[in-house]
Write a protein that binds this ligand. Structure first.
Ligand code: HEM
Length: 144
């Protein structure tokens, strides 16, 4: 058991997507409070530093490790044969697109050129929650 590379790959997979999801939940929340700050203020600059570090030091590496371990797992179980994996990959694709949008909004905040309201970021903050629930249901129950 302890030397089962498949299970160790899955351990790393679950830890990595947990870190990635934590960032996908927290970054839009930072944007909600960032919209309340005057552009160029000390607090706005503090949010810029927090957002840049969260994305580059935690979210990007966690995303890469999630995808890499997912690829290894898929290869080990011929995962592309299963309907649940096709649906899971589709939802992971949406999660990746959401990550890229967060990165683009971070750049806009960094350039003091945010175009979205506090309410907008409160609404998009729900997107990763729905995706996580659906992805975990597919990954564990494998319904089809
Ligand atoms: C391209 C990205 C991904 C690929 C290719 C992938 C692929 C896989 C594969 C092949 C397994 C093993 C299934 C098994 O042994 O039963 C697995 C397990 C799992 N994956 Fe992913 N995954 C990806 C991303 C994610 C993400 C983003 C999440 C969550 C947000 C996630 C959640 C899970 C969970 C909870 C398990 C454990 C299932 C179990 O042990 O029954 N995966 N993944």
């Amino acid at each position: 058991m302890l030397l089962d590379t498949y299970l160790w790959t899955k351990v790393v997979h679950v830890v990595a997507f947990t870190a990635w999801m934590a960032g996908l939940f927290y970054l839009p929340r930072l944007y909600v409070y960032h919209t309340q700050q005057a552009p160029g203020s000390d607090t706005a600059r503090t949010f810029q530093v927090m957002e840049r570090k969260l994305l580059r030091i935690i979210m990007n590496p966690a995303m890469i490790v999630t995808l890499a371990t997912g690829g290894i797992l898929i290869w080990q179980i011929d995962g592309l044969l299963f309907g649940w994996m096709h649906a899971k990959l589709l939802l992971v694709g949406v999660l990746l697109a959401f990550h890229m949008l967060l990165a683009r909004w971070r750049r806009e905040f960094a350039a003091e050129a945010n175009r979205h309201s506090e309410r907008f970021y409160r609404v998009v903050n729900e997107v990763p929650t729905v995706l996580l629930i659906l992805i975990v249901i597919l990954a564990i129950l494998k319904p089809f």
